[in-house]
Design a protein around this ligand. Structure first.
Ligand code: LUZ
Ligand code: MOS
Length: 774
């Protein structure tokens, strides 16, 4: 962890020192992680006789299946059975938002890697060997790989969506400057360390127990229920933790669990399916690539008066979560800027790529890249620094978002000004100018990146959670919620909440696995909202239990309830310690037959959205921040480094500063990776070329910024955030967009003829050609 400068050094009133070490709570998973003892799907004890499965998938991106010959594969010793769509007792359908995605291809193939069959054998090795012996005859059909081609051919997932504010077309006429341009941002591979997988055990009476690496246990349960034609109560999903999700397991854990369940159900034997890295990369969807066109209009004093944009989302071959992701692109299309006249439209374009899916930011980053490109273009044409335009248009209290929500507790300017002053951006800019004047082969570039991200599932009905709390008679506590631990530290935060409410030692508290039998009808752990939703439910359960415990004290001591407090495992009355301990109190509750279990439900208040008008108040609150990037480009090689990334981030009142700092650092690096080096490549026939870690480069220890400073903005926090600690999972990813523009500014310093291109990622190859382009 990088050392954070002290208050005095920074000389800033509003910024409190991020004293990570003093206040930090250790992630409760750190011990087992460090020892390699943490349990993932591939680590669980399997039942004797368990079969192993491998998926047979389409070797072309679009076509009609004429025939498949499984006979040689079936003849391999140790192959138990091969399952296809014909074996499905329920529906061959796993679409979550739209019913447009078969589990197994029937007659048509829609993407390269589309599952066709499941080979089940005594070992994975045998199943793989058998897979290689399957022959398939396909009549190939034309393949669409880009959103633009799809739009030309009218190939869409659903109807386009548009948000509007004011009258953009009219407002352009009154603008002093109008600029237009186009952008492309590529997809991104989730690269969770733990690949997709599931293990299913049949229980008695045709019931199933499913261990799945999923962010959405209920989504998995529903998918299996539909495919097997079984009621949901026959299917129990259990999740201990994931080795990363990043959105890739919000919906896309479903097919693997459904296939495994199908085989286990029909064979009445346990089956395990773990995708290897190649299979996972080929068969699963990624972040959506976007092709977009923008038009931006400004006044002489740099106020953005009008903004119009058309987003073409490359959705892939089925809806998956694309419509919801497209919606979030519209929500974040103006990033941190108030623009009075906005017209945004998004098309979900159906192509022959694997169905693209949720990825940290969920369409927000794609929208924000376009407005930042538009500002960069305007600034370049006007011969000024982009930050002048950015600064002139930041959101202020009571400004309205294009979707109708009025901005409250806005920290856009506060984080901007704090970053600008503390990090002394003007001096930085001057230093860079001087450096560039005296250096011929190395050039530096500066970029500021403000972020504004709305917290809540944009689909209002998903914003709910439950917590089930047992206080056992020995005083220990067990907690079940819908939260899935995927490395983000949510279990640690939940434990802190219970420890704080009960005022008991953290060792007395256990966070149980996420299980649909204990907590039903869960929303996925997603949208940065997991700690808020589940934490609020947990707080409610703890409060209800505390109230019952205080009733007991009232009876014992003849004290009024308001005077009673639990502190450090003792009962206090009027701030005076009594002899009654937590454990004795629990014992009394047992004797008095008081319920020591509580199940609480939380649904975010206030939020609503009317899709017929595209207006409402969809977010509980917004998270703000500003990043300052400095990049150095090697103008001989086209390589680059980030000297510094300095961030002022709005954590609200952080509960776990170590965990939150880790989330900001991780998201930042993931965002930089998306913008600079992670280059997904499909060929024209729809085959994934970047199909391994030798051809798909993610940030490593050598490519991260040389220095990262992340300072918290001291704010009141927000009542809608759990213990006023704001959501932190996704917002900081979008700081990474600054990386693109810092590099671009360095290129401009080297090559005055360079015409700005907005085509991410900014790989060293692109840098090199841009440096020498005329
Ligand atoms: N998932 C989802 C999300 O279903 N709805 C959302 O609004 C969302 N936002 C961010 C990440 N995942
Ligand atoms: Mo997500 S992109 O599963 O929060």
């Amino acid at each position: 962890m990088h050392k954070v400068k002290t208050n005095n050094e920074l000389n800033a009133k509003k910024i409190e020192v991020f004293d990570a070490l003093k206040k930090s709570v250790k992630n409760i998973d750190s011990n087992t992680h460090l020892r390699g003892e943490s349990i993932y799907v591939d680590d669980i004890n399997i039942r004797q006789g368990t079969f192993f499965a491998v998926v047979f998938d389409a070797p072309v991106a679009h076509g009609k299946i004429k025939s498949i010959d499984y006979s040689k594969a079936e003849a391999v010793a140790g192959v138990e059975r091969i399952f296809t769509y014909k074996d499905i007792p329920g529906e061959n359908q796993i679409g979550g938002i739209l019913p447009d995605e078969p589990l197994f291809a029937k007659e048509e193939i829609h993407f390269w890697g589309m599952p066709i069959a499941l080979i089940v054998a005594e070992s994975e090795f045998i199943a793989r060997k058998a897979r290689a012996l399957i022959t398939i005859d396909i009549e190939e059909l034309p393949v669409i790989t880009t959103a633009k081609e799809a739009k030309e051919k009218n190939s869409f997932i659903n109807a386009p969506r548009s948000f509007g504010l004011g009258n953009a077309d009219k407002a352009f006429k009154d603008c002093d400057y109008v600029f237009e341009g186009e952008t492309f941002s590529n997809g991104q591979e989730h690269l969770y360390i733990e690949t997709q997988g599931s293990y299913v055990e049949p229980l008695e009476n045709g019931n199933l127990k499913v261990i799945s690496s999923t962010q959405g246990p209920t989504a998995v349960q529903k998918a299996i229920s539909k495919v097997l034609g079984l009621p949901m109560h026959k299917i129990e999903i259990d999740v201990t933790r994931l080795g990363g999700g990043f959105g890739g397991k919000e919906d896309q854990a479903n097919p693997w669990a459904a296939m495994t369940a199908l085989a286990a159900y029909l064979l009445n034997q346990s089956v395990k399916l773990i995708l290897n890295r190649h299979d996972d990369l080929r068969m699963t969807g990624k972040r959506h690539p976007y092709e977009s066109t923008f038009k931006i209009g400004l006044t002489k004093n740099l106020k953005i008066q009008a903004y119009k944009v058309e987003f073409l989302q490359n959705s892939g071959a089925a809806a998956d979560l694309s419509p919801a992701i497209a919606e979030r692109t519209l929500f974040h299309a103006t990033n941190s800027y108030f623009i009075p006249n906005v017209a945004t439209t998004v098309y979900s374009c159906k192509t022959n790529l694997p169905p693209n899916t949720a990825f940290r930011g969920f369409g927000g980053p794609q929208g924000m890249f376009v407005i930042e490109s538009a500002i960069a273009k305007a600034a370049s044409e006007l011969g000024i620094a982009p930050r002048k335009i950015q600064e002139a248009n930041l959101f202020q209290e009571n400004d309205v978002f294009s979707y109708g929500q009025i901005a409250k507790q806005v920290e856009a300017k506060n984080t901007w000004n704090a970053a600008k002053n503390i990090f002394n951006v003007e001096a930085l800019e001057q230093n860079i100018k001087e450096f560039n004047a005296s250096s011929s082969n190395l050039k530096k570039g500066l970029a500021l990146m403000p972020i504004t991200f709305g917290i809540s599932f944009t689909n209002t009905m998903m914003n709910h959670a439950r917590a089930l709390v047992h206080i056992y008679q020995d005083g220990s506590v067990g907690i079940s919620t819908a939260a899935v631990e995927m490395g983000q530290g949510v279990n640690t935060k939940l434990l802190q909440i219970a420890a704080q409410f009960f005022s008991i030692h953290p060792e007395k508290i256990k966070i149980e696995s996420t299980n649909t039998t204990r907590v039903a009808n869960t929303s996925p752990s997603a949208a940065s909202s997991t700690a808020d939703l589940n934490g609020k439910a947990l707080a409610k359960a703890c409060e209800a239990l505390l109230s019952r415990l205080k009733n007991i004290v009232t009876e014992e001591f003849n004290a009024s309830k308001e005077t009673i407090q639990l502190k450090d495992e003792f009962v206090y009355i009027n701030n005076e310690k009594t002899a009654l301990t937590w454990n004795e109190l629990i014992n009394k509750a047992m004797m008095k037959r008081v319920a020591l279990t509580e199940n609480a439900h939380y649904a975010t208040p206030v939020i609503h959205f009317d899709k017929t008008k595209e207006k409402g108040h969809p977010f509980a609150y917004h998270v703000y921040g500003t990043a300052v990037f400095t990049a150095t480009v090697d103008c001989v090689r086209g390589t680059y480094e980030f000297d510094d990334v300095k961030i002022v981030h709005d954590y609200g009142k952080s509960m776990s500063q170590g965990i939150d700092l880790g989330q900001v650092e991780g998201a930042l690096i993931q965002g930089i990776g998306w913008m600079t080096m992670e280059e997904i490549a499909f060929n024209k026939k729809g085959k994934l070329l970047s199909n391994s870690l030798s051809t798909y480069k993610v940030p490593d220890i050598f490519s991260i910024p040389k220095n990262i400073d992340i300072l918290p903005l001291e704010t009141e926090g927000n009542e809608m955030a759990i213990l006023k600690s704001k959501a932190v999972g996704e917002p900081p990813l979008m700081y990474g967009i600054g990386a693109y523009f810092a590099i671009q500014n360095a290129i401009k310093a080297f090559n005055p003829n360079y015409k700005l291109k907005f085509h991410a990622p900014m790989t060293p190859e692109k840098v090199l050609t841009s440096l020498y382009a005329n």
